[in-house]
Design a binder for this molecule. Structure first.
Ligand SMILES: Nc1ncnc2c1ncn2[C@@H]1O[C@H](COP(=O)(O)OP(=O)(O)OP(=O)(O)O)[C@@H](O)[C@H]1O
Ligand SMILES: [Mg+2]
Length: 499
């Protein structure tokens, strides 16, 4: 009994502590948000916060800890990374799917990274050989190989030159003894010609023995994150470039040099992210499935009429974790076998569109503003935007409440909210203001209206001219009809507009 009460006390203390600090703690292990919904109005609440602007807010280093309001999805991402499982991520645009996918590489081991080399195959030119070496070794192998060839070439040249000199000397002796100058001229002409001919002959083509570094990493590189959204088949699955000289022996570029890796190969030992996977053709989804099952895929020419179509490399490793994102529709239209593969060997997550309006989440949103300001700063182009003061923070928080469309919730459509942050920041930067203030956010809201809302506004304006409707003050009368103009039903952003 006493232990129980101790525990509850401990829990209460812990939650109080969490509210006091900016630390979220680790992103994982957070199960259910039990905090009470904050009933205090944002303007009032912000007065009790221990910062003067977003500049005072510490930002976690890891990307996964910067993701806000997607605890369940964060857990899945980490689990999937640990266990090497594929993930389907479904949710509204701009709620952090790409961000979560990108953060996954932070959990993947770096030691497993591999360099991949393609070699000429002397037995069958059209089936280049593929070798895998630990990360960082690839470039060394190539430079060693190049040095070796240079050495060999120098040696050949030296021998050749020596032979030419000996023959030249013999020729000279013969000329001196016989006195026939014409033989000498003629002989040395043939000698010089023969020397250069042999030299090019003997050294030509040895370049073709240098392997091509298909996938290159440094030892300390992070595991790759490859976004293959909307790529063509060649870019996704690899391709063999067309050779304009076709089979013209000497002129032709050797097949192994024309092999190009696809996203599936570049994502080896990392994450392959594909948004709107149903946009891929069925054959491509099929090939993707093969790559996932076999963990390797040969590279062959993708355009049928090119000479590249003859070539097919040995299998190249494709040991990636697939993250397929999109809306529900796009998942339902995906290749059934592919979907089933992911369901059977991975996770499906639905990311949140809103979160509860608690103190902790309000603080997280403030951190979000700080993150966006810092991202703009790190971008390095354009003017950086000033940090947000309390008045502007409170407006952004109110906007998040409003955009959620429900009481006691905060919107997680953070890309759009970030848009408002950026426009307000731009306005402040233009003025040279030190901090972004409430007036900037108010003005930004006018500018940041979605197109649909701008159309609706125009419509309202015109209707007002004919005095068909009342949008100011109040009047006693009869309502003949009601209509709701919304920018987006999911956004329920402007559903307050009533005609
Ligand atoms: N949950 C979140 N936490 C913090 N920032 C977020 C979150 N969601 C979105 N953002 C911000 O919005 C930007 C866009 O988010 P992201 O690209 O991850 O969205 P998405 O879900 O992949 O959208 P889409 O479906 O359009 O691809 C991020 O770079 C980040 O700045
Ligand atoms: Mg995305």
């Amino acid at each position: 009994m006493s232990r129980e009460s101790e525990q509850t006390q401990g829990a209460a203390e812990a939650s109080e502590d969490a509210l006091e600090s900016w630390e979220d703690g680790p992103a994982f292990g957070v199960s259910e948000d039990k905090d009470p919904v904050c009933e205090v109005h944002v303007e009032e609440w912000i007065e009790g916060i221990d910062i003067t602007s977003t500049a005072d807010v510490p930002i976690p280093e890891k990307l996964v800890d910067q993701v806000i309001g997607q605890e369940a999805a964060s857990i899945v991402v980490r689990k999937a990374a640990e266990q090497r499982r594929h993930v389907i991520m479904v949710g509204e645009p701009g709620t952090g799917k790409s961000m979560l996918a990108r953060s996954m590489t932070e959990f993947l081991p770096r030691e497993q990274l591999e360099d991949i080399l393609v070699f000429r195959n002397h037995e069958d030119e059209n089936e280049p050989k593929v070798r895998t070496v630990p990360a960082g070794r690839g470039s060394r192998i190539i430079s060693e190989r190049k040095a070796q060839i240079r050495l060999q070439r120098e040696r050949t040249n030296r021998t050749l030159l020596f032979v030419a000199l000996v023959i030249g000397a013999a020729l000279l002796l013969a000329t001196i003894s016989s006195g026939e100058i014409l033989t000498f001229i003629f002989g040395s002409f043939i000698l010089v010609f023969g020397y250069f001919f042999l030299r090019t002959r003997l050294t030509a083509g040895d370049d073709a023995n240098i392997p091509k570094l298909l996938i290159k990493h440094e030892r300390e590189d992070e595991p790759p994150f490859v976004d293959a959204t909307g790529t063509l088949a060649g870019a996704l699955l690899g391709d063999v470039r067309h050779d304009p000289f076709q089979s013209g022996a000497d002129l032709a570029t050797p097949a192994h040099e024309r092999v190009e890796p696809g996203a599936v190969h570049r994502a080896n030992k990392g994450v392959l992210y594909i948004d709107e996977i149903r946009m891929l053709r069925m054959e491509e989804q099929q090939a993707l499935l093969v790559a996932m099952q076999e963990k390797e895929l040969s590279i062959s020419g993708r355009s049928e009429r090119s000479s590249g179509a003859l070539t097919k490399s040995e299998p190249v490793p494709t040991d990636f974790i697939l993250i397929a994102a999109g809306n529900l529709d796009s998942v339902q239209n995906m290749h059934p076998a592919l979907r089933s593969r992911i369901r059977g060997y991975g996770y499906e997550v639905y990311v949140n569109t809103d979160m509860r309006d608690t103190e902790r989440n309000r603080r997280r949103l403030i951190r979000f503003i700080a993150q966006e300001v810092r991202n703009e700063f790190k971008k390095g182009s354009g003017k950086p935007i000033p940090h947000f003061d309390r008045s502007s923070i409170s407006l952004i928080l109110k906007e998040a409440q409003r955009r959620s469309g429900r009481r006691g919730k905060l919107s997680l459509r953070l890309r759009e909210l970030g848009g408002l942050v950026r426009i307000a920041g731009d306005l402040a930067a233009e003025e040279g203001a030190e901090l972004t203030r409430a007036e900037h956010v108010t003005r930004a809201r006018m500018i940041a209206k979605p197109l649909e809302q701008q159309v609706a506004d125009r419509h309202l304006e015109r209707q007002a001219e004919y005095a068909m409707l009342v949008n100011r003050g109040n009047r006693v009368g009869r309502v003949n009809g009601l209509a709701v103009l919304g920018a987006d039903s999911g956004l329920s952003d402007y559903s307050g507009v009533v005609l």
